[in-house]
Design a protein around this ligand. Structure first.
Ligand code: GLY
Length: 327
């Protein structure tokens, strides 16, 4: 069956009319201005922040070369994991309060198979270890020393990285050593990626070095299926960025996908997850959370707690950075 025909069947009559007209899927008034609430033709890759642009480029190339959407979301975020100038993803990330860079990542496919690693040190590509956990073990999540030992036993090697700028920043933080982790509210944080291939199959990935100067042992939302990432090919895919504790408390990405299953548009679903966070927390000053989502019919959107969150969207028309709706 051709892709266009399959897409029309997925959308039904009303959806097809909107698709042909290039229309959005009935956004709420508050979200009408969102430029991203639309149905693209063909494959689609979304990822968080500016670093999403090169990640999307790679993911797109992988699919164009015949790779699966799962290959695409793995290899897309690997670009950012390898970028040692990035201070919130990979081995270039800022350390915890004891000076250790600890990494969290997860991956999930269209059928809900999932793999995850948490509190991992000295590996360049936690996302690939997460995928290996999914494919080579009966488990979903490995953490800490056990995850590191398993990775070594399964062909992954460690890499030691010393970055003077990172050491200096940590030393400076230690001067006051406030028991207060630092959250990124603009420009960067976790990379979360959700993607759909030309056959409508979904996958997602999420990887981070977590919050700067966190307590040693702290794990955020990024490796937790349902928090930092959730994919269910029947309903959609969502990922999160920002202060992980806020996302975990509302099972953020799972919430977004379930709301899409109930008929909400992607941006509306992301907004409702943000509203839940707002309702449950009195003081969100200096905190940011953002969600991205693709619905099973290819509609997509995002929403953030505050201004400053942008995400990269790659469609057949190109790869661009889109400012997220917020509020
Ligand atoms: N969202 C990344 C973290 O909180 O660790």
């Amino acid at each position: 069956m051709g892709v266009e025909r399959r897409r029309f069947i997925q959308l039904g009559l009303a959806g097809t009319a909107a698709y042909l007209a290039g229309c959005t899927d009935a956004p709420t008034a508050a979200l009408e201005e969102s430029p991203a609430e639309k149905l693209p033709q063909g494959p689609l890759v979304l990822s968080t922040w500016d670093h999403g642009l090169p990640a999307n480029e790679r993911a797109w190339e992988v699919m164009r070369a015949g790779g699966s959407v799962l290959d695409a979301v793995e290899q897309g975020v690997m670009v950012v994991e390898s970028d040692l100038s990035n201070r919130s993803v990979g081995l270039g990330g800022l350390p915890d309060r004891d000076g250790h860079v600890t990494l969290d990542a997860c991956i999930q496919d269209h059928d809900g198979r999932a793999g995850s690693v948490a509190f991992l040190q000295r590996f360049e590509h936690p996302i690939s270890i997460a995928r290996a956990v999914m494919e080579r073990t009966p488990h979903v999540m490995l953490a800490g020393a056990g995850a590191e030992r398993w990775a070594l036993e399964n062909g992954f090697s460690t890499r030691d990285v010393q970055i003077p700028e990172v050491q200096a920043a940590w030393q400076k933080w230690l001067e006051r050593g406030e028991y207060k982790p630092v959250a990124n509210i603009e420009n960067h944080d976790t990379i979360g990626m959700v993607a759909m291939d030309a056959q409508g199959r979904l996958a997602g990935s999420c990887t981070t070095s977590g919050m700067a100067y966190k307590v040693h042992g702290r794990v955020g939302d990024s490796p937790i299926i349902g928090a930092g990432l959730f994919v269910d090919g029947e309903a959609g895919a969502a990922c999160a960025t920002g202060v992980g504790e806020l996302v975990i408390r509302v099972a953020g990405s799972h919430t977004v996908v379930e709301l899409m299953r109930q008929g909400r548009s992607p941006a509306e679903a992301c907004k409702e997850a943000v509203l839940r966070i707002q309702r449950k927390h009195k003081d969100l000053k200096d905190m940011q959370v953002g969600f991205l989502a693709i619905r099973a019919d290819g509609a997509y959107g995002g929403y953030a707690l505050r201004d400053g969150f942008s995400y990269a969207v790659h469609t057949a028309q190109g790869n661009e950075l889109v400012p997220s709706a917020f509020g």
